[in-house]
Ligand binder design. Structure first.
Ligand code: GCO
Ligand code: MG
Length: 404
């Protein structure tokens, strides 16, 4: 079998997605997600200009070999653009292999290790009453685990928090120029424990609660927050410090028993090395889409398992249904599954990408369709052209740029 066609589709059914489609001489097709939110076209060029010419004529069954060929062959390794492009190829090849076998991808990865996958959803509010309403709404949708984010007194806009009165419609974070949000760590640190106290009081001790600090804290501030939140038994505190410095987590770890999750911006196993071998975290957050695909993420999860660390694949709306499907097959197959982030997608995205995976009673399942189980309606995709959309930036009150 040979790859005879390579196509990159950019579409915006509500938000931008980049999808790779490979076709074989047998007429089989495979899809891969290559969406890098806010920098989408860089990956499109990497795929169209530098990867597509290499794929024509290759045997699609040689997944590991193709991965190594693209990773090592480029000489310039790692980085989100490179790894998103390689991820799309890897997932498309797994999709084809599943279709040849007539099996869903999770069967090729060893078969199911569980019946269903616990998902967590997002609740947020400008203030605590609005947050409580949002938690109620997620519970009504079936979620059994919930990430809570809230506005902070004195701050105009905090990433991940919905606009007042907008129900579940997100703040338009992504605009033609980056939206400027504001930040003050002291106000945030003094506000959060009270928020968790109220949420625990309202919903009881059993509901798994998560929180994302989105890389905004120093190790000392993160250690303080982790300690202050201990009474509320978080499922995890996510991305408490900037991700580049693995050793930052050591200080946090030494001072708090709040579980720690990190890794959505990592793109190779090397970014995790100290975190895993020194057991400085509890959950790894990388997405199939940004980590070079199913092949390397499987290796990461296996190394994490040795250190009693679990999976928690990144699953915001900017991971397309193609990337989400690939994650769910891997989640189902590995032993050390922890939880899966899931916010769903807009109805428009659901029309462009029809998928076999399901969300029922707060749990996901990848479905039984061969391969990853996603079909793309290309003519519909063409009717939603790309629009430039930046993520926000954050500034302190004196104007200094800060992590958002
Ligand atoms: C999460 C994330 C996302 C990212 C987004 C950036 O935990 O879901 O932090 O909301 O910010 O994926 O594109
Ligand atoms: Mg996050």
């Amino acid at each position: 079998m040979k790859i005879v066609d390579v196509k990159v589709v950019v579409t915006r059914p509500g938000r931008n997605f980049v999808t790779l489609k490979l076709t074989t001489d047998d007429g089989l097709t495979g899809l891969g997600d290559a969406t890098l939110n806010g920098r989408e076209l860089a990956v499109v060029s990497y795929l169209r200009d530098h990867i597509a010419p290499l794929l024509i004529g290759l045997d699609p069954h040689r997944i590991e070999d193709t991965w190594q060929y693209l990773y090592r062959g480029a000489y310039w390794r790692r980085g989100p653009v490179t790894m998103a492009a390689i991820a799309a190829v890897d997932v498309a090849l797994w999709d084809i292999k599943g279709k040849v076998a007539g099996l869903p991808l999770y069967q090729l990865l060893g078969g199911a290790s569980r019946d269903r996958l616990l998902a967590y959803g997002h609740a947020s509010g400008q203030d605590t009453p609005e947050l409580l309403d949002s938690v109620r709404a997620r519970l009504a949708e079936g979620y059994r685990a919930i990430r809570i984010q809230t506005g902070v007194p004195g701050l105009k806009a905090v990433y991940g928090v919905h606009t007042k009165g907008a129900g579940s419609a997100p703040v338009p974070h992504q605009q033609a120029r980056p939206r400027v949000e504001d930040w003050d760590t002291r106000s945030y640190l003094s506000h959060m424990p009270g928020v968790f106290e109220t949420v625990r009081h309202e919903f009881g001790p059993e509901l798994p609660l998560l929180h994302d600090a989105h890389h905004r804290l120093t190790p000392l501030q993160a250690a303080q927050l982790g300690k202050d939140l201990e009474p509320y038994r978080l499922f995890w505190l996510e991305d408490c410090t900037p991700a580049e410095n693995q050793d930052a987590l050591r200080l946090v770890r030494q001072h708090t028993t709040t579980p720690l999750a990190i890794g959505e911006v990592f793109n190779t196993i090397h970014d995790y090395q100290t975190l895993l071998t020194d057991q400085l975290i509890d959950y790894v957050r990388s997405a199939v889409t940004h980590f070079g695909g199913v092949t390397p993420l499987r290796k990461l999860f296996d190394l994490a398992a040795v250190h009693q660390i679990k999976s928690a694949v990144h699953g915001p709306e900017d991971i397309s249904p193609v990337g989400m499907a690939a994650a769910l097959h891997l989640d189902l197959a590995i032993h050390n599954f922890g939880i899966q982030e899931y916010s769903g997608h807009s109805p428009l995205a659901g029309e462009v990408f029809q998928h076999a995976y399901t969300f029922t009673d707060g749990h996901l399942h990848p479905g039984e369709a061969p391969g990853i189980g996603v079909d793309m309606d290309e003519s519909l995709a063409e009717t939603y052209p790309y629009e430039r959309a930046y993520l926000p930036v954050n500034r302190l009150h004196d104007g200094t740029v800060h992590d958002w």
